[in-house]
Design a protein around this ligand. Structure first.
Ligand code: ZN
Length: 347
């Protein structure tokens, strides 16, 4: 009987040895454990056989079975533990974060400086109830000049400044053409902002044949220069992120009366630095032109100047973007050199 048990133990040992051999998986090891030590397992069956042995044989056979059980359990457990550790290490290797590695970095993108300034302006104006409108870049003489009270002899009509098409149409020289378009379409009262490209025959470090303006126009009852100033100063605060003093100089534009030019305090030095690169030591920055809409322009727009008044302004967005971001070459704004365009970003 005991030789039968010894033979059975050898079979079980061979089974366990085969299971823990190279290439064992956690699954195959667990299967083996169930097959050997489970309720219906070979080793459990062996223990049951003890009951059939005589009292004399039993102690010796029990000892052999227990020794084999201890030995094989240890072997299987060791193999399972090894397997689990390997699986854990693989997972750790996969998920670990090496804090000594240099960061991979995020690709930086940004809005073009002119677009950024345009968005800043429109955000302020939309908050003040202005509607953004887009106008045609190919314009007629009527909207670009005549309806803006620009008489035929005015220098702005000069062939030197304006790009004309053969049929008399032209590339708009300013966004002001949208004033009369909007008045005719919407009537009074109205508040519009018109950003966009404009074209003039100019090409040097401070002039580009294509540049950007934003036009603002408000037509309502009892509009005054005070409203105009409040509006402009809110815009500047929106662009430069702080309140800036403004000064107004009398000027002349055919489509406004009175006409003003506005300078704002240098946002960099406030006039305290005689070597300031931004304001060239003057403490002031020219921002744009504005004024109370000329009655003739209101009439062209179908609005009664006896009932309504309006104010309008035009600003060069490129110039403001250059000031804000400390860029020096206007033409380079349109060359697509991303490192130059982002060079002035402080964020
Ligand atoms: Zn300055």
């Amino acid at each position: 009987m005991s030789s039968e048990i010894a033979l059975e133990i050898e079979k079980i040992r061979a089974q366990v040895e085969a299971a823990v051999a190279e290439g064992a998986t956690l699954e195959s090891l667990n299967d083996c454990r169930v097959a050997v030590f489970g309720k219906k397992g070979a080793m459990t069956g062996l223990q049951r056989m003890l009951g059939k042995l005589s009292a004399a044989e039993r102690p010796e056979a029990g000892k052999i079975i227990n020794a084999a059980k201890t030995e094989l359990t240890a072997k299987l457990d060791a193999a399972i533990e090894k397997c689990e550790r390997a699986a854990l290490t693989a997972a750790e290797m996969r998920d670990r974060i090496d804090v000594t590695q240099p960061a991979s970095g995020r690709p930086l993108g940004g809005f073009h400086p002119v677009v950024q300034v345009m968005m800043d302006v429109l955000e302020v104006l939309e908050g003040l109830g202005f509607v953004t409108v887009q106008g045609p870049e190919v314009e007629t003489d009527f909207y670009n000049f005549e309806a803006l009270n620009i008489p035929p002899h005015h220098p702005a009509r000069d062939m030197q400044d304006t790009f004309y098409f053969g049929d008399g149409r032209l590339l708009r020289t300013h966004t002001s053409g949208m004033q009369v378009h909007s008045m005719l379409e919407m009537g009074a009262p109205l508040r519009i902002a018109c950003p966009g490209r404009v074209y003039r025959r100019d090409n040097d470090p401070t002039h580009s044949p294509m540049f950007h303006q934003v036009e603002g126009l408000i037509v309502d009852k009892d509009i005054s220069v005070g409203d105009l100033k409040g509006c402009l100063e809110a815009m500047m605060e929106g662009i430069f992120g702080k309140k800036l003093k403004a000064r107004y100089r009398a000027s002349y534009f055919p489509f406004t009366e009175p006409s003003l030019e506005v300078d704002i305090e240098c946002f960099k030095c406030s006039g305290s630095d005689p070597h300031c690169q931004i304001c060239k030591g003057t403490g002031w920055l020219e921002i744009g032109g504005m004024g109370i809409v000329h009655p003739n322009v209101l009439r062209y727009g179908g609005i009664d100047p006896e009932k309504y008044t309006g104010f309008a302004w035009g600003m060069g967005l490129d110039r403001i973007a250059m000031l804000k971001y400390g860029l020096t070459d206007l033409r380079a704004l349109f060359d697509g050199d991303v490192s130059y365009l982002l060079s002035g970003r402080h964020e």
